[in-house]
Design a protein around this ligand. Structure first.
Ligand SMILES: Cc1cc2nc3c(=O)[nH]c(=O)nc-3n(C[C@H](O)[C@H](O)[C@H](O)COP(=O)(O)O)c2cc1C
Length: 440
């Protein structure tokens, strides 16, 4: 077997009752855990568990809507908790960082609805509070429900990313508006900051104006580490330029390899070290003490996911009402433009094309992250096999129940990965960016 670099792991979360499994909120093990999804103790516990597992980061998705995309009604989203409700994850990052010392704390925050001054200030502050462990997943929002909540129309891909590039440019100028040695704290001479070392940015662009400087001092990472999850060529272009890590959903290893090679070669083209951006592929582990027990757990979990919920969440993520096409149509044979973006999620691992209903069922189970099912050794085998084909830098994990499934992975699979020499035994580095760049 090909020798692997040490892999990176991250935990995918939502500040809500169902992370990416619609079965989670009513899974018996979630119910019996005693934790409440809307209270910080659960997330602090998860952060400690993931830090025990030496994960790079705990990483939150975020949406700003309750979707009525499917059948034009909110009822399916509300009944099946399809990322609805979803509380704001940003305040949780401070709670989680306060309970840990090393692990990164990252969240999605859309650039589509705010001014870059606000975002630059928020993320620099979080980077200070966490001693350089903040990570920002920069997304542009594609959902019409979300746009409507901000009194806007959904934007074209070109417009979203043109705006996003300028948004980042302004944030970077603001983070750089304080020189490294601007803060003097010279008590004797009465000089807090050196006025020569704090500068206006005077930005005037197509979308934004900002005078600056930022009223937050230069943070440990000079702004947070940047995550990205775009899929279109414009989205990839954005990731290639700015991202320290990309989160990708590519259930088939062959598609994952294409994605990985495309990103890494585009990085080389623009003169960035391809290793400077880690690509983490999503997967949902289901662990048993035997293969048969793991399969039983998979069946138990998948049976808790209602098809209507899957239809609702997939429709929301596509921003397309799937009730408009027959449930037994093959997704990959449809030519509605909204479906194109997720086309690599429309086949089973063996390449068999899936119907609308099958794709929706899988999306409800895990937002289409592939399920790796087996004993701890079996899961480690599947991870190695995936990376050997895909060439990825690691995995973003999502749980079937919480927090128990996260604990099981850390206690059972992490030691197996360490035994095989493919996973770290300690953190080397202090900031989110340093840990993402840790090689061994
Ligand atoms: C793995 C993954 C996770 C994503 N998570 C979020 C999220 O939490 N919130 C959000 O608004 N968009 C999220 N997105 C949407 C993307 O940021 C992006 O807008 C979408 O995939 C459309 O791709 P494009 O912008 O390149 O066209 C996610 C996308 C992917 C692939």
């Amino acid at each position: 077997m090909k020798k692997l670099n040490k892999i990176h792991l991250a935990q995918f979360l939502v500040h809500g009752p169902t992370y990416h499994s619609l079965g989670m909120w009513r899974h018996p093990k979630t119910i019996s855990s005693g934790f409440k999804w809307d209270k910080p103790e659960l997330y602090q516990h998860i952060a400690r568990v993931c830090e025990r597992g030496l994960f790079d980061t705990v990483f939150f998705a975020d949406l700003n809507y309750i979707a009525d995309t499917y059948k034009g009604a909110m009822a399916p989203s509300l009944m099946h908790a399809t990322q609805a409700p979803e509380h704001d994850p940003i305040p949780l990052l401070s709670f989680m960082a306060a309970a840990t010392k090393k692990i990164g704390v990252a969240s999605t925050f859309s650039v589509s609805h705010s001014h870059p001054f606000y975002a630059a200030r928020l993320w620099a502050t979080l980077d200070h509070l966490t001693n350089g462990r903040a990570g920002w997943n920069v997304v542009t929002s594609i959902n019409s429900n979300q746009a409507a909540n901000y009194g806007e129309e959904r934007q074209s891909t070109d417009n979203r990313y043109d705006r996003a590039h300028e948004f980042m440019e302004v944030c970077q100028k603001l983070w750089n508006s304080w020189d490294v040695d601007a803060v003097k704290m010279d008590h004797e001479n009465g000089i807090f900051s050196d006025p020569e070392k704090v500068n206006r940015i005077e930005h005037t662009g197509k979308f934004f104006k900002s005078r600056g400087p930022l009223n937050v001092t230069r943070s440990p990472q000079n702004g947070p580490a940047i995550f990205q999850a775009g899929t279109s060529p414009k989205g990839q272009d954005f990731a290639v330029k700015y991202a320290d890590a990309i989160f990708a959903i590519q259930p088939r290893p062959e598609d994952a390899a294409n994605y990985f090679n495309s990103i890494k070669s585009q990085m080389t083209d623009i003169g960035r070290d391809p290793d400077a951006c880690k690509i983490l592929f999503g997967m949902q582990p289901i662990i048993g003490s035997s293969e048969a027990e793991a399969r039983e757990k998979q069946e138990e979990h998948n049976a808790l996911v209602p098809l209507e919920g899957g239809m609702a969440i997939l429709s929301a993520h596509l921003d397309f009402d799937l009730s408009k096409i027959p449930a037994d149509a093959l997704m990959s044979e449809r030519n509605e433009p909204e479906l194109y973006r997720m086309r690599t999620r429309f086949h089973k691992i063996d390449g068999t094309p899936m119907t609308v209903a099958e794709t929706a069922a899988r999306h409800g189970q895990s937002v289409s992250l592939p399920q790796f099912v087996g004993t701890p050794q079996g899961i480690a085998d599947q991870m190695e096999a995936f990376i050997n084909v895909a060439g990825g830098d690691g995995f973003m994990l999502t749980a079937i129940h919480s927090p128990g499934a996260i604990e099981e992975f850390v206690d059972l699979v992490v030691p197996e990965l360490q035994k095989r020499g493919i996973y770290r035994k300690e953190y080397k580095g202090n900031t989110q960016r340093e840990i993402l760049n840790q090689k061994d």
